[in-house]
Design a protein around this ligand. Structure first.
Ligand code: CA
Length: 261
Protein backbone atom coordinates (compact mmCIF):
# COMPACT_ATOMS: atom_id res chain seq x y z
CA UNK A 1 0.00 0.00 0.00
CA UNK A 2 1.11 3.52 -0.69
CA UNK A 3 2.55 5.51 2.20
CA UNK A 4 1.23 8.65 0.67
CA UNK A 5 -2.26 9.11 2.08
CA UNK A 6 -2.84 12.61 0.73
CA UNK A 7 -5.87 13.10 -1.49
CA UNK A 8 -6.56 16.38 -3.23
CA UNK A 9 -10.30 17.00 -3.42
CA UNK A 10 -11.28 19.71 -5.90
CA UNK A 11 -14.92 20.44 -5.16
CA UNK A 12 -16.77 23.75 -4.88
CA UNK A 13 -19.95 22.49 -3.23
CA UNK A 14 -19.27 22.61 0.53
CA UNK A 15 -21.77 19.89 1.42
CA UNK A 16 -20.21 17.40 -0.99
CA UNK A 17 -16.67 18.45 -0.11
CA UNK A 18 -17.41 17.87 3.57
CA UNK A 19 -19.02 14.51 2.89
CA UNK A 20 -16.09 13.31 0.78
CA UNK A 21 -13.50 14.60 3.25
CA UNK A 22 -15.33 12.96 6.16
CA UNK A 23 -15.38 9.54 4.52
CA UNK A 24 -11.79 9.83 3.35
CA UNK A 25 -10.62 10.59 6.90
CA UNK A 26 -12.65 7.67 8.24
CA UNK A 27 -10.73 5.42 5.90
CA UNK A 28 -7.34 6.81 6.92
CA UNK A 29 -6.79 9.15 4.00
CA UNK A 30 -5.56 12.68 4.44
CA UNK A 31 -7.80 14.90 2.30
CA UNK A 32 -7.02 18.48 1.30
CA UNK A 33 -10.10 20.24 -0.05
CA UNK A 34 -9.94 23.19 -2.44
CA UNK A 35 -12.86 24.87 -4.16
CA UNK A 36 -11.06 26.47 -7.11
CA UNK A 37 -9.15 24.93 -9.98
CA UNK A 38 -6.42 27.55 -9.89
CA UNK A 39 -5.63 26.69 -6.28
CA UNK A 40 -5.62 23.00 -7.07
CA UNK A 41 -3.05 23.49 -9.83
CA UNK A 42 -0.90 25.66 -7.57
CA UNK A 43 -1.01 23.02 -4.84
CA UNK A 44 0.03 20.33 -7.29
CA UNK A 45 3.18 22.27 -8.10
CA UNK A 46 4.21 22.01 -4.46
CA UNK A 47 2.86 18.67 -3.28
CA UNK A 48 2.04 15.40 -4.94
CA UNK A 49 -0.96 13.62 -3.41
CA UNK A 50 -1.69 9.93 -3.92
CA UNK A 51 -4.70 10.83 -6.06
CA UNK A 52 -7.03 13.65 -7.07
CA UNK A 53 -10.81 13.67 -6.83
CA UNK A 54 -11.91 16.25 -9.33
CA UNK A 55 -15.27 17.92 -9.81
CA UNK A 56 -15.88 19.02 -13.41
CA UNK A 57 -18.03 22.11 -12.78
CA UNK A 58 -15.89 24.62 -10.93
CA UNK A 59 -16.20 28.38 -10.56
CA UNK A 60 -12.95 29.25 -12.32
CA UNK A 61 -11.28 26.63 -14.52
CA UNK A 62 -13.27 23.77 -16.02
CA UNK A 63 -12.37 20.37 -14.53
CA UNK A 64 -11.51 19.00 -17.98
CA UNK A 65 -8.97 21.78 -18.43
CA UNK A 66 -7.47 21.03 -15.01
CA UNK A 67 -7.19 17.39 -15.96
CA UNK A 68 -5.54 18.30 -19.24
CA UNK A 69 -2.95 20.40 -17.45
CA UNK A 70 -2.31 17.63 -14.94
CA UNK A 71 -1.64 15.23 -17.81
CA UNK A 72 0.58 17.70 -19.65
CA UNK A 73 2.83 18.29 -16.67
CA UNK A 74 5.61 15.72 -16.39
CA UNK A 75 5.47 15.58 -12.58
CA UNK A 76 1.73 14.93 -12.44
CA UNK A 77 1.05 13.12 -15.67
CA UNK A 78 0.78 9.73 -13.96
CA UNK A 79 -1.24 10.97 -10.99
CA UNK A 80 -4.46 8.97 -10.54
CA UNK A 81 -7.48 11.21 -11.14
CA UNK A 82 -11.07 10.32 -10.39
CA UNK A 83 -13.69 12.62 -11.88
CA UNK A 84 -16.72 13.39 -9.77
CA UNK A 85 -19.51 15.31 -11.34
CA UNK A 86 -23.16 16.12 -11.53
CA UNK A 87 -22.88 16.16 -15.29
CA UNK A 88 -23.75 12.55 -15.87
CA UNK A 89 -23.86 12.84 -19.61
CA UNK A 90 -22.07 10.34 -21.77
CA UNK A 91 -20.19 13.10 -23.62
CA UNK A 92 -18.59 14.37 -20.41
CA UNK A 93 -17.63 10.93 -19.28
CA UNK A 94 -16.03 10.12 -22.62
CA UNK A 95 -14.26 13.47 -22.78
CA UNK A 96 -12.96 13.02 -19.23
CA UNK A 97 -11.59 9.58 -20.00
CA UNK A 98 -10.10 10.77 -23.28
CA UNK A 99 -8.28 13.58 -21.57
CA UNK A 100 -6.89 11.00 -19.17
CA UNK A 101 -9.17 10.50 -16.17
CA UNK A 102 -8.59 7.12 -14.54
CA UNK A 103 -12.12 6.73 -13.29
CA UNK A 104 -15.44 8.49 -13.21
CA UNK A 105 -18.29 8.72 -10.71
CA UNK A 106 -21.56 10.58 -11.29
CA UNK A 107 -23.34 12.45 -8.51
CA UNK A 108 -25.16 11.38 -6.47
CA UNK A 109 -22.68 8.67 -5.56
CA UNK A 110 -22.24 6.33 -2.67
CA UNK A 111 -19.26 7.28 -0.48
CA UNK A 112 -18.50 3.60 -0.11
CA UNK A 113 -18.15 3.20 -3.87
CA UNK A 114 -15.95 6.28 -4.03
CA UNK A 115 -13.63 4.82 -1.40
CA UNK A 116 -13.43 1.47 -3.14
CA UNK A 117 -12.58 3.02 -6.48
CA UNK A 118 -10.06 5.36 -4.94
CA UNK A 119 -8.31 2.50 -3.19
CA UNK A 120 -8.12 0.60 -6.46
CA UNK A 121 -6.71 3.62 -8.25
CA UNK A 122 -4.02 4.38 -5.73
CA UNK A 123 -2.92 0.79 -5.30
CA UNK A 124 -3.00 -0.03 -8.96
CA UNK A 125 -1.20 3.05 -10.12
CA UNK A 126 0.55 5.84 -8.30
CA UNK A 127 4.22 6.17 -7.53
CA UNK A 128 4.72 2.46 -6.84
CA UNK A 129 3.65 1.39 -10.29
CA UNK A 130 5.91 3.38 -12.56
CA UNK A 131 5.93 2.40 -16.21
CA UNK A 132 8.85 0.12 -17.06
CA UNK A 133 12.02 1.54 -18.56
CA UNK A 134 12.11 0.83 -22.29
CA UNK A 135 15.51 -0.05 -23.78
CA UNK A 136 16.36 -0.33 -27.44
CA UNK A 137 20.02 -0.62 -28.23
CA UNK A 138 21.66 2.32 -26.50
CA UNK A 139 18.36 4.18 -26.29
CA UNK A 140 16.81 4.23 -22.84
CA UNK A 141 13.38 5.71 -22.19
CA UNK A 142 12.31 6.09 -18.58
CA UNK A 143 8.84 7.57 -18.68
CA UNK A 144 8.38 7.47 -14.91
CA UNK A 145 11.45 9.65 -14.37
CA UNK A 146 10.79 11.52 -17.60
CA UNK A 147 14.26 10.78 -18.90
CA UNK A 148 15.51 9.83 -22.36
CA UNK A 149 19.10 8.78 -22.97
CA UNK A 150 20.97 7.81 -26.10
CA UNK A 151 24.10 6.19 -24.78
CA UNK A 152 25.38 8.66 -22.23
CA UNK A 153 23.64 11.63 -23.66
CA UNK A 154 20.52 12.94 -22.04
CA UNK A 155 17.96 13.99 -24.63
CA UNK A 156 15.51 16.68 -23.63
CA UNK A 157 12.04 15.95 -24.89
CA UNK A 158 8.67 17.59 -24.40
CA UNK A 159 5.74 15.77 -22.80
CA UNK A 160 4.21 15.21 -26.23
CA UNK A 161 7.46 13.90 -27.68
CA UNK A 162 7.76 11.52 -24.73
CA UNK A 163 4.29 10.12 -25.37
CA UNK A 164 5.03 9.77 -29.08
CA UNK A 165 8.30 8.00 -28.37
CA UNK A 166 6.78 5.60 -25.84
CA UNK A 167 3.89 4.83 -28.15
CA UNK A 168 6.20 4.07 -31.08
CA UNK A 169 8.56 1.97 -28.96
CA UNK A 170 5.81 0.00 -27.28
CA UNK A 171 4.44 -0.87 -30.70
CA UNK A 172 7.76 -1.40 -32.41
CA UNK A 173 7.44 -3.13 -35.75
CA UNK A 174 3.84 -2.01 -36.12
CA UNK A 175 2.66 0.87 -38.27
CA UNK A 176 0.79 3.50 -36.27
CA UNK A 177 -1.51 5.82 -38.17
CA UNK A 178 -1.37 9.54 -37.54
CA UNK A 179 -4.85 9.23 -36.04
CA UNK A 180 -3.62 6.65 -33.53
CA UNK A 181 -0.62 8.76 -32.61
CA UNK A 182 -2.86 11.78 -32.26
CA UNK A 183 -5.09 10.00 -29.78
CA UNK A 184 -2.24 8.53 -27.79
CA UNK A 185 0.08 11.48 -27.64
CA UNK A 186 -2.33 14.38 -27.59
CA UNK A 187 -5.54 12.94 -26.21
CA UNK A 188 -8.54 14.89 -27.32
CA UNK A 189 -7.22 18.01 -29.06
CA UNK A 190 -9.34 18.95 -32.04
CA UNK A 191 -6.90 21.65 -33.16
CA UNK A 192 -3.99 19.26 -33.67
CA UNK A 193 -3.54 18.47 -37.37
CA UNK A 194 -1.63 15.68 -39.03
CA UNK A 195 0.94 18.27 -40.00
CA UNK A 196 1.54 18.96 -36.30
CA UNK A 197 2.25 15.28 -35.78
CA UNK A 198 4.76 15.29 -38.64
CA UNK A 199 6.50 18.31 -37.15
CA UNK A 200 6.77 16.62 -33.75
CA UNK A 201 8.07 13.37 -35.22
CA UNK A 202 10.64 15.30 -37.23
CA UNK A 203 11.84 17.11 -34.13
CA UNK A 204 11.92 13.88 -32.14
CA UNK A 205 14.02 12.22 -34.87
CA UNK A 206 16.51 15.07 -34.78
CA UNK A 207 16.76 14.97 -31.01
CA UNK A 208 17.32 11.22 -30.95
CA UNK A 209 20.17 11.37 -33.44
CA UNK A 210 21.14 7.85 -34.50
CA UNK A 211 18.20 6.28 -32.70
CA UNK A 212 15.89 8.61 -34.63
CA UNK A 213 16.67 6.67 -37.81
CA UNK A 214 14.55 3.86 -36.46
CA UNK A 215 11.42 5.95 -36.86
CA UNK A 216 10.24 5.07 -40.32
CA UNK A 217 7.74 7.15 -42.28
CA UNK A 218 5.13 4.91 -43.83
CA UNK A 219 3.88 6.93 -46.72
CA UNK A 220 0.20 7.77 -46.64
CA UNK A 221 -0.30 6.03 -43.30
CA UNK A 222 1.88 7.11 -40.43
CA UNK A 223 4.99 5.97 -38.62
CA UNK A 224 6.67 2.83 -37.41
CA UNK A 225 9.54 2.11 -35.04
CA UNK A 226 11.76 -0.32 -36.93
CA UNK A 227 12.88 -3.47 -35.16
CA UNK A 228 15.86 -3.81 -37.45
CA UNK A 229 18.24 -1.08 -38.57
CA UNK A 230 17.03 0.84 -41.64
CA UNK A 231 17.81 -0.97 -44.90
CA UNK A 232 20.95 -0.34 -46.97
CA UNK A 233 18.90 1.39 -49.60
CA UNK A 234 17.63 4.04 -47.26
CA UNK A 235 19.42 7.37 -47.04
CA UNK A 236 20.11 6.74 -43.42
CA UNK A 237 21.99 3.54 -44.21
CA UNK A 238 25.20 5.19 -43.07
CA UNK A 239 23.97 4.96 -39.54
CA UNK A 240 23.04 1.31 -39.89
CA UNK A 241 24.00 -0.60 -36.79
CA UNK A 242 25.29 2.64 -35.42
CA UNK A 243 23.36 2.07 -32.23
CA UNK A 244 25.63 -0.80 -31.47
CA UNK A 245 28.85 0.40 -33.00
CA UNK A 246 32.00 -0.05 -30.94
CA UNK A 247 32.92 3.62 -31.04
CA UNK A 248 29.83 4.56 -29.14
CA UNK A 249 30.15 1.69 -26.75
CA UNK A 250 33.70 2.67 -25.94
CA UNK A 251 32.60 6.20 -25.20
CA UNK A 252 29.95 4.97 -22.79
CA UNK A 253 32.14 2.61 -20.88
CA UNK A 254 34.83 5.24 -20.62
CA UNK A 255 32.52 7.61 -18.87
CA UNK A 256 31.39 4.94 -16.47
CA UNK A 257 35.01 4.34 -15.68
CA UNK A 258 34.93 0.72 -16.74
CA UNK A 259 37.75 0.97 -19.26
CA UNK A 260 40.97 2.82 -19.01
CA UNK A 261 42.07 5.38 -21.52
CA1 CA B 1 -19.27 21.85 -8.86
Amino acid sequence: MSHNRGILVVEDEPAIADLVAFHLREEGWDPVVVAEGERALKLLQKTLPAAVILDLMLPDIDGIEILRRIRQTPQTKLLPVLILTARGEEADRVLGLEVGADDYLAKPFSPRELLLRLKKLVEGKGANAKPPVIRFGVLEVDEGRFRVKVGDDLVEVSATEMRLLVELLQNRGKVLSRQQLLQKAWGFMPNVTHRTIDTHVKRLRQKLGLAGNYIETVRGVGYRWLEEPPSEASPSAASKKALKNPQQRKRISRSTGETKK
